[in-house]
Design a protein around this ligand. Sequence first.
Ligand SMILES: CC(=O)N[C@H]1[C@@H](OP(=O)(O)OP(=O)(O)OC[C@H]2O[C@@H](n3ccc(=O)[nH]c3=O)[C@H](O)[C@@H]2O)O[C@H](CO)[C@@H](O)[C@@H]1O[C@H](C)C(=O)N[C@@H](C)C(=O)N[C@H](CCC(=O)O)C(=O)O
Ligand SMILES: Nc1ncnc2c1ncn2[C@@H]1O[C@H](COP(=O)(O)OP(=O)(O)OP(=O)(O)O)[C@@H](O)[C@H]1O
Length: 483
Amino acid sequence: MNITRTFEQLLSGIDTLETVGDLSCEISSIEYDSRRVKPGALFVALPGAQVDGSVYIEEAAQRGAAAIVSQSPCALGKSFPYAQVSNARFALARLASAFYDHPAEKLCTVGITGTNGKTTVSFMLRDIFKAAARRSGLIGTVRYEIGNRVLPASRTTPEAPDVQSMLFQMDRSGCDSAVMEVSSHALDQCRVDGIRFNVGIFTNLTQDHLDYHGTLEEYFSVKARLFDQVKDTAVINCDDPCGRRLITEERCRSSVISYGFEEGALVRGRNARNDAAGSSMTVESPWGSAEISLQLIGRFNLYNALAAFAAAASVGIPVDVIRTALAEMENIPGRLESVGTKIKRVYVDYAHTDDALRNVLNALREITPGRLVVVFGCGGNRDLGKRRLMGEVASRLADYSIITTDNSRSESPEKIAADISAGFDSERKYEVCLDRTAAIARGVELIGKKDVLLVAGKGHETVQEIGGTIFPFDDREVVREVL
Ligand SMILES: CC(=O)N[C@H]1[C@@H](OP(=O)(O)OP(=O)(O)OC[C@H]2O[C@@H](n3ccc(=O)[nH]c3=O)[C@H](O)[C@@H]2O)O[C@H](CO)[C@@H](O)[C@@H]1O[C@H](C)C(=O)N[C@@H](C)C(=O)N[C@H](CCC(=O)O)C(=O)O
Ligand SMILES: Nc1ncnc2c1ncn2[C@@H]1O[C@H](COP(=O)(O)OP(=O)(O)OP(=O)(O)O)[C@@H](O)[C@H]1O
């Protein structure tokens, strides 16, 4: 569907420092990358970490941009439609929302943030909404679901024009709800600005992305920003220290539903059980009690279920519907996905932080009578500090580890492996095998009937990036091939 708005219409909700040219010109798309500009586009020049997007203004004009928005003055002359703003990312989000006529306001929106669990909670909620005969769209790390269309995901939370376009298409295709993961990068870069979420969920906060945020405190304060944008209910894990801070420091502007296993949680789990067939608990809540069973294993998935339970109940979904939907839910791609056989039990999981690895190894330990072996690596050009921490976790919780590559990008795989091995307390507990296929084959070779192999870090991913080249690579396929 072709949309056109005048530049003036789009600017009406925005504070500008200066406007120039004919503001009645028609805009047929919004772009933040000059390479994607087509005739009629509004080009918003973003100040980036590598380059200031305003250096591409002239290129955008040559490609047919109808108007420009940027933070720095524009040199295209007095007749070219142009607006100067103080924050181009903020403006981009507002312009995109106006271009698509504020689609978030027509949907019940749930935004999920936290270091781990976002994807899992989003899949749980999308299944619960479906069971309640609601039509829900999904935006997250694994994929985007818009009406009947499923698209591969490029970002966890895409840039504002892409988010707004997807929300618009969800509304047009009959969805009444939208569940989306909101990454800390997205919050920092205003990708969801202007959306007032009906429900916001905070799962937990542990070390990750310090390459970007610098300190855990900054990472926390960026995550906390989501709750300035929540209008109805904030669903917060109160067993997590940062979740408790959100509540006690009154960082939420909406009403709060706390969840957890500890005393005081409004939605409280009790009697957690976890075995090879799944996990279960009793949930007590203001909407009644329920026995919740999951086919997913691990106590952390019970936390994810508590978050989904609280959010779904808060928007009026009956407890019985929630219980049935959670019980019927099968594997989420790459999240403790069982890919082995009866005699070689192998799980592929997306754990790529020390906390996720700790949780997953603890969960698998409970269902492993024999040895627990893990194959994992760490990403290059990303948070360095977590490498040693992941090594320490594997050293403590696995019986044996095979350190390998995991998107080493432009860094030396040998150096990354050395950083990880610094966390091990004994050289006898690990080996290094930088060829990920060979590492997985070695892991499979090492396990017997009572053992379990965890292949961690890449989960649902289907590529591996080494030395600037992207190769096809899917842990699940490799495991099946070497079995
Ligand atoms: C680290 C990070 O988040 N970077 C984002 C940032 O890039 P940047 O500041 O380096 O941009 P830049 O290269 O300096 O370019 C500045 C501007 O010039 C534009 N440009 C550039 C070249 C050109 O020829 N023409 C042009 O117009 C660029 O499109 C950009 O708008 O601004 C860009 C435009 O908004 C983003 O696309 C880019 O995301 C990159 C692709 C990225 O990899 N982001 C990841 C880390 C991310 O966001 N991940 C989270 C999930 C994290 C997790 O939980 O694992 C996500 O939500 O996906
Ligand atoms: N509630 C949780 N607490 C701790 N670890 C979890 C939790 N839920 C999932 N995990 C672990 O973290 C991994 C990633 O889970 P999931 O994809 O649901 O989180 P995410 O927040 O979307 O992650 P990412 O931001 O990296 O995409 C899982 O594979 C599992 O190992």
